[in-house]
Every structure is written in C-alpha cells, then in structure tokens.
Design a protein around this ligand. Structure first.
Ligand code: NAP
Length: 310
C-alpha cells in the first residue's frame, strides 16, 4: 500500500498525539512519519499530511501530488513552498468554524458589556456602573466572510448585534449587510473583527490610515494573523483614545515577547492564540475523508490559490 507521509516540525509529544488521531481516523491507510520511510517508500508517496513542515523534507518526496495541512491558516506554507509547490489543501473544519464563531461572540460580548472597564474598576476598588448598551445598538464589522467569518455572522445576528461584512468578492449572507468598501465597514462598526487570511494584500491592512477610518471609540478584535494589524499604529490609536480597546489573539511574533508593550497596555487584552484551536479528532476525520476521496476517485480537494495567497 502506498504510504501517506506525516511531515512536521512539531515537538515529539505533539507529533505523537497527531499521529494517534490521524491513524485512528484512517486505520486502513499506511500513515507513516517521514523519518520512518525508506528511500523506496518515499519515492512512492503521493500525499503528505503536514503541520509546519520543513520545505526540504517535502523535497524528499519526488512523487508528491498534494499536501494536506492540518491548519486553516496556510500563509507560512504558501510563502515557504512557493508557487512551484504541489497543491496545498488547508483545513476547513466545521468544528473549527463553530469554535471561532463562539470566540467571536464571547469577545464581542466582553466588549459590548464593558468587561475591560469593570475589570479596571475592580482593580481600583471602584463601584462604577455603566449604562447598558443593547446589542441592537451595536454594529459588528466582520473583515473576512469565509469559513470562519460566515460562521460567526449568524451567532452575532442571533444575539441581536447588527452585522456588516467585507470580503474580497461580494457575499450574500443572511443578516449581513455586505460592504464593498472597507472604509464603510470601519466607519459603521462599533466592534471590528478581523478574520481575513494573511496575504500580500492584507499584510499591514489595518494601518494608521485604516484605523483612523474606524468609528471614534470603536474596538478591534484580531483573531486572524498578527501582521494584518500594524501594532505601532494600533498602540497610537489606543493611546490617543481614538479606539477604546483591542482584543488580540495573534501577533507578529508568537509567543508574544515579554518585552512587548501590548502585555500591560490598559486598553489591550492579550490572548495566546486560542480563539479557535484545531480539534485533532475532527480535523483528522476531515483529512481522512479527503484522502479517501482521492484514493477512490482521484479527486484532489480544492487547493490554495497561490495568486490570491489563500
Ligand atoms: P477563508 O475561508 O479563506 O476566508 C477568508 C475570507 O477573507 C474570505 O471571505 C475572503 O474573501 C476574505 N479575504 C481574503 N483576502 C482578502 C482581501 N485582500 N480583502 C478582503 N477580503 C479578503 O479563511 P477562514 O477559514 O475563514 O480563515 C481566516 C483566517 O483565520 C485564516 O487564514 C487564519 O489565518 C485565521 N485563523 C485564526 C485562528 C486562531 O485561532 N486565531 C484559527 C483558525 C484560523 P472571499 O470570500 O472573496 O474569498
């Protein structure tokens, strides 16, 4: 049986846990660590399952037809492998989308119910009730209406929030007012949630000019990738009081260095990249299904478009 290679740069314990989950999802297939394959076996491999792979390791698989990432964000794979790479399939998992939608709703409530202000007041032993803001008075702007943004929209809508959205191509989603112009979303939203992939077009997207287009006193949630937001420009907007708060789950460098001014900024909530963590069990089942469809019918799942970068 042609082996399926698992190529990764994970710590050994994480690699073992992934191998176990993947093997459980595809017991009939010959899943093997790259390092366990002989040269003859490596020459046969058509499919690699990858988690932060070393590009040189993929180069050791001369017959590779496609690569399945265990992650949803593939900007690193795209930049490290380059356009000559075999098709890259990213993880699209409804369970991941559900988790992200839950996080978007949770942290939107965190902001709309003024939890940062109450935490601050408590630290100062101040009894300071604030006016209640109904969800219907709060507009949430979703940047990115893909697998994750589209899952978050109905959760926000069901909670009563007004939802506007922006994506590269126009989208019709129930309950979402689509805006073709980013400036319009930024001007209308009380809370902006970033869920676009990191590409050449979105790197540095939320810079001083864009942040200045946000409604005065608005807040930002970045659950996508750190470099989409220009940190110094964000800090300037928060320091000037033009923006009220930022919830950041992703950063230019992760883990966030201890020296970062974000850690103790009063208007920043730092999260350790936890808004939507891959569920190894459901992810493995999806990877297994995609591999079976290829083995049975020769169908390679929809791949990342290198031109678009996602
Ligand atoms: P997706 O299905 O590919 O959706 C991406 C969305 O962004 C699409 O609506 C796309 O527009 C839009 N977009 C892309 N480039 C754009 C641009 N230049 N201008 C405007 N809109 C643009 O991706 P996804 O599965 O929703 O995931 C989004 C990102 O979330 C991932 O790339 C990853 O970086 C991040 N993520 C973070 C975590 C975490 O724990 N923090 C977990 C998982 C994923 P179209 O609809 O027109 O294509």
């Amino acid at each position: 049986m042609t082996p399926i290679a698992f190529v990764n740069r994970l710590p050994p314990t994480d690699e073992a846990i992934w191998l176990e989950a993947l093997a459980a999802a595809m017991p009939e297939l010959a899943l093997r660590r790259l390092g366990d394959l002989t040269e003859t076996e490596r020459a046969l491999v058509e499919i690699a399952i990858v988690a932060n792979p070393d590009p040189a390791d993929l180069g050791r698989l001369p017959n590779l037809k496609w690569v399945h990432s265990t992650w949803a964000g593939v900007e690193r794979l795209v930049s490290e492998l380059g356009a000559a790479a075999p098709p890259i399939i990213r993880l699209v998992d409804p369970e991941l989308a559900r988790t992200m939608a839950e996080a978007v709703l949770a942290w939107t409530y965190y902001l709309s119910r003024d939890m940062p202000a109450y935490a601050h007041a408590q630290r100062e032993r101040r009894w300071a009730p604030r006016a209640y803001r109904h969800t219907q008075e709060t507009t949430v702007g979703l940047l990115g209406l893909g697998a994750l943004g589209a899952a978050a929209a109905p959760r926000l809508g069901d909670a009563g929030f007004k939802v506007t959205g922006w994506s590269r191509t126009p989208k019709e989603l129930p309950g979402v007012t689509f805006q073709a112009d980013l400036a319009d979303v930024l001007a209308q939203a009380d809370i902006v949630v970033c869920l676009t992939p990191l590409t050449a077009q979105t790197r540095g997207l939320l810079n001083a000019e864009r942040l200045a287009q946000m409604k005065p006193g608005a807040a930002l949630i970045n659950f996508a990738r750190g470099p989409i937001v220009v940190t110094d420009d964000l800090l300037a907007a928060l320091d000037a009081g033009r923006l009220s708060h930022a919830v950041l789950d992703v950063f230019d460098t992760e883990p966030l260095p201890a020296s970062s001014p974000l850690w103790d900024h009063p208007a920043v909530t730092v999260l350790p990249h936890i808004s939507a963590v891959t569920d190894r069990r459901t992810a493995s089942l999806i990877v297994a299904d995609n591999i079976r469809r290829y083995l049975d019918h020769g169908v390679i799942p929809q791949a990342v478009d290198f031109g678009r970068g996602y």
